[in-house]
Ligand binder design. Structure first.
Ligand SMILES: *[C@@H]1O[C@H](CO)[C@@H](O)[C@H](O)[C@H]1NC(C)=O
Ligand SMILES: *[C@@H]1O[C@H](CO)[C@@H](O)[C@H](O)[C@H]1NC(C)=O
Ligand SMILES: *[C@@H]1O[C@H](CO)[C@@H](O)[C@H](O)[C@H]1NC(C)=O
Ligand SMILES: *[C@@H]1O[C@H](CO)[C@@H](O)[C@H](O)[C@H]1NC(C)=O
Length: 274
C-alpha cells in the first residue's frame, strides 16, 4: 500500500511538471549535463549531484525550466562535444526564448542575480570573452570560455550550432585539420571551445551578434577566489578541476573551494526562497 502511495506521488510529480511545461514556457531554459560515463573519482557523483541541485534551486527561484542531461546525445560527439549535440537538440525541440548552458563544474553562487536580458537585444550569443585575445589573436584558451553561455532560440543560433557541431563529428576530418593548422596552441585536444573561437573569429555574421560579457561574472574562474576573499560572482566555474574524470591532481584544493561556494549558494537560496 505504502509503495503504491509513493509510486502514485512519484508519477504525479511528473504529470504536474509535464502539464506545467505545456501551459507555460519560461523565458529561459537552464541546461547542464554530466558525462554519460561513470566518474573515476570518489567525489565525482557527490559534486555532480550538488551541481544539479544548484541549477534546480536557481531555476525554481526564477521560475525557469531546466534540463539535466546524462546521456550521450549523438554517438559521434564525445566528451565536451556532447554539450553541442544537446544544445542543438534543445534548439530544435524547445520554445524558450533563451537557453543558458552551464557546465556541471560551474556553480550559480549569487542566487538573487537577475540576468540583464535587456542588454542583449539584438544579440544571439552571450559569453565571457576578451575582444582582443579572441578576435585578434584567436586564442581559444584565454580569449573565450564555453563553460557558460546564453544562446537565443532562433535560426541564427541553429545555424551557428550546426557549424560548431560540424567540427566535432568524427567524419569532419578536413575541418579538424583546418582547426589544428589555425590553432597553433592545440594543447588538450580539440574541443567545442576551439570551434567557438574559430567560428567567431572568422565569420562576421556570427561575431556581430555575439555579446562578450565581462561586466559581471557570468563565468568567473574559481582560482580568482584565492585573491578576492569576499567575492560573490554570479557563476563560478571550477575549470580544470576534473571532479569526475579525476585527470587532475589538485582535487583537494578544488573540493575545498567548491564546498565553500556551494554552502554560500545554498545559504542564499535558503534565505530568499518562499
Ligand atoms: C547578487 O546579485 C544582486 C543582483 O545583481 C546584487 O544586487 C547583489 O549585491 C549580489 N549579491 C552579492 C552578495 O554580491
Ligand atoms: C553582420 O555581418 C553580416 C555578414 O557579414 C552583415 O551582412 C551584417 O550587415 C552585419 N551586421 C551588422 C550589424 O554589422
Ligand atoms: C589541474 O588543475 C589546476 C588548477 O586549475 C590547473 O592549473 C592545471 O592545469 C590542471 N592540470 C591538468 C592536467 O588539467
Ligand atoms: C542547505 O541549507 C539547508 C538549510 O540550512 C540545509 O538543511 C541543507 O543541508 C543545505 N544543503 C547543502 C548541500 O549544504
Amino acid at each position: 500500500m505504502l509503495i503504491l502511495f509513493f509510486l502514485h506521488r512519484f508519477l504525479a510529480s511528473f504529470y504536474v511538471k509535464e502539464s506545467y511545461a505545456e501551459s507555460k514556457t519560461s523565458k529561459l531554459l537552464i541546461a547542464t549535463g554530466i558525462s554519460p560515463k561513470p566518474c573515476k573519482t570518489s567525489i565525482g557523483d557527490y559534486v555532480n549531484l550538488q551541481s544539479f541541485l544548484n541549477k534546480l534551486q536557481y531555476s525554481e527561484l526564477k521560475g525557469y525550466e531546466s534540463e539535466f542531461n546524462a546521456i550521450q546525445v549523438d554517438r559521434e560527439m564525445n566528451g565536451p562535444w556532447n554539450k553541442v549535440a544537446l544544445i542543438k537538440k534543445l534548439l530544435k525541440e524547445r520554445q524558450n526564448e533563451w537557453i543558458m548552458w552551464v557546465d556541471s563544474d560551474a556553480l550559480i553562487v549569487n542566487m538573487s542575480f537577475d540576468i540583464p536580458f535587456d542588454r542583449y537585444v539584438g544579440y544571439n550569443l552571450v559569453i565571457w570573452g576578451l575582444d582582443d585575445l579572441l578576435y585578434k589573436k584567436g586564442d581559444p584558451f584565454n580569449g573565450i570560455n564555453t563553460g557558460v553561455f546564453l544562446i537565443r532560440n532562433c535560426d541564427w543560433s541553429r545555424e551557428f550550432i550546426e557549424l560548431i557541431d560540424s567540427f566535432g563529428k568524427k567524419d569532419g576530418r578536413i575541418k579538424e585539420d583546418l582547426l589544428e593548422k589555425y590553432l597553433n596552441k592545440y594543447l588538450w585536444g580539440l574541443f567545442e571551445q576551439n570551434a567557438f573561437c574559430y567560428v567567431l573569429k572568422n565569420y562576421e555574421i556570427y561575431k556581430n551578434k555575439t555579446f562578450l560579457e565581462t561586466t559581471y561574472d557570468l563565468n568567473g574562474f574559481w582560482k580568482q577566489a584565492f585573491h578576492k576573499l569576499e567575492w560573490n560572482p554570479f557563476i563560478l566555474h571550477f575549470a580544470g578541476c576534473q571532479f569526475c574524470s579525476g585527470s587532475n591532481n589538485s582535487l583537494d584544493v578544488c573540493l575545498e573551494k567548491w564546498n565553500y561556494f556551494n554552502r554560500k549558494a545554498n545559504e542564499t537560496y535558503e534565505a530568499i526562497k518562499i
